[in-house]
Design a protein around this ligand. Structure first.
Ligand code: MN
Ligand code: MN
Length: 470
């Protein structure tokens, strides 16, 4: 064996030597792939309502019951509370009283999409369309000429709530937004990318065959509305109260010859939500009560009654505190939270937006973001050294791999997460999430091993007996 030099030994001792997940354990892809079969099924839910509907029966199968205020839950008991069908808080009661703190994780289950306007249906040039209003930060030009599905709920004037989901199955019709042919796109191609396709051009093509009656004005519109009326029992006026949107119709797919990645819509933030969900289901008799939150409205700023700025979370914490005869402020102060949201993986096609020593890479594990925000760290949670040490200590003890990175170069932009909506309640919080390529595009890419390792990280926090000592 060749003897190491003094310098080599010193370097090994005092310099860090980060390893990718395959370098740490080459076999992890097998376990990660198995884990991600469930993830792909989870990804077929593309709106917050669909996710909630999907998880409820699974929770019941795993012994969860709907939370009832005033109940004395025993250690190990599992319960949940849904907020308006769009957000959920899932808990496993710990051995210790909640006054000693709750271990919280939160991910969002809304993703960028095209919502419909209140008066969406119109006819032009013998074609019928829906007017959309985009939801979240999108590059508008990416949403043309791809198959889109229609999802949502319509309340009819005769008192029914009709759920709609159409456009994903092979025997269902598809919908799309048209784009200009290159032959006539001279002017379009000279435009700024944010104006190449404008918001008012994101109109969903619905039909082209007219109703057979010369006395009627908008025959194609009427024919489409007739189909909607026969199929769902809705009238045009019902759109005024409806929540409908268009989402990419693609199915989640394995990606790459090695099938090491997943290509799918909505991985921001379903990758984190699924990792959280599996950790919550798997945690057994934790020391501290766990609270796994799926949030809505993150992509539009966390406002509204189902966004994390709503008091539903605080009120639920207060219920738990009251059930055990303690003050909610003491519960909050002793709690910690992982705000689980995706980060931007380094993309060799766009190296200029990243600072190579402080960005995250595919297959290097979940990325911890000590802070996010923009410019001079405006609007960021910025976790303390003590909180970072606490969380990373738990990961080390549980043999969990992680990486630390910023979203991108300082002056190029930035973004926020839910972390600030949690830390405002006096809960120590840090961001962690799966690295993503093509974030917010109709199809996003993640590495299976990263999703799996985030699950291990969250489970490590949930199973940890380490008291919060800062
Ligand atoms: Mn996100
Ligand atoms: Mn996002």
């Amino acid at each position: 064996m060749v003897k190491k030099t003094k310098g080599q030994t010193l370097a090994e001792d005092i310099l860090s030597n980060p390893k990718s997940l395959p370098e740490r354990d080459h076999k992890i892809l097998g376990k990660a792939s198995e884990f991600c079969e469930g993830y792909k099924a989870f990804l077929s839910n593309k709106t917050e309502r669909e996710v909630i509907d999907y998880v409820l029966p699974i929770l019941r199968e795993h012994g969860y019951t709907e939370y009832v205020r005033g109940t004395k839950y025993k250690a190990g008991a599992k319960f949940y509370k849904v907020n308006r069908g769009k957000t959920i808080m899932m808990c496993t009661k710990g051995k210790r009283p909640v006054a000693e703190g709750v271990r919280v994780t939160v991910a969002h289950i809304d993703s960028p999409r095209l919502d419909f306007k209140p008066h969406p249906l119109f006819q032009e040039a013998d074609m019928a369309f829906f007017k959309t209003h985009y939801y979240g930060g999108i590059k508008k030009y990416q949403w043309t000429t791809i198959p889109l599905a229609i999802k949502g709920v319509v309340h009819t004037s005769d008192g029914k709530a009709v759920r709609i989901s159409i456009g994903e199955e092979d025997d269902e019709p598809s919908f799309l937004i048209t784009d200009l042919l290159p032959h006539l796109a001279q002017n379009q191609m000279r435009k700024n990318a944010s104006e190449v396709v404008e918001g008012e051009q994101l109109n969903l093509l619905l039909g082209s065959w007219p109703y057979d009656d010369d006395k009627v004005k908008d025959k194609v519109k009427l024919a489409v509305m007739q189909i909607l009326n026969e199929k769902y029992g809705i009238r045009e006026g019902d759109f005024e109260t409806a929540e409908l949107c268009a989402v990419p119709a693609f199915k989640p797919r394995d990606m790459g010859f090695d099938r090491s990645m997943i290509a799918a819509y909505g991985q921001d933030d379903s990758s984190c939500a699924y990792a959280e969900f599996m950790a919550e289901l798997d945690v057994k008799n934790p020391e501290y009560t766990t609270m796994t939150i799926f949030a809505d409205k993150e992509e539009t700023g966390s406002d509204g009654v189902t966004g994390m700025r709503s008091f539903f979370f605080r009120d639920f914490m207060e219920d738990l505190a009251q059930d055990e005869g303690c003050e909610v402020r003491h519960v909050l102060q002793n709690s910690v939270c992982l705000s689980c949201d995706v980060s931007a993986a380094f993309d060799p096609a766009y190296p200029d937006v990243q600072e190579r020593n402080n960005c995250c890479y595919l297959n290097h594990g979940p990325c911890i973001a000590k802070y996010d925000g923009a410019r001079g760290k405006y609007s960021t949670n910025d976790a303390s050294a003590e909180m970072m040490d606490y969380v990373i200590g738990i990961f080390r003890d549980a043999d969990v791999a992680w990486q630390i990175g910023e979203l991108g170069k300082i002056d190029l932009g930035g973004g926020g997460t839910i972390a600030s909506e949690i830390s405002v309640h006096n809960i120590d919080t840090v961001d962690i999430g799966v690295p993503v390529l093509s974030m917010h595009a109709p199809i996003e890419v993640t590495a299976k091993a990263d999703v799996y390792m985030l699950y291990k990280a969250i489970l490590a926090l949930y199973q940890s007996k380490k008291p919060k000592d800062f």
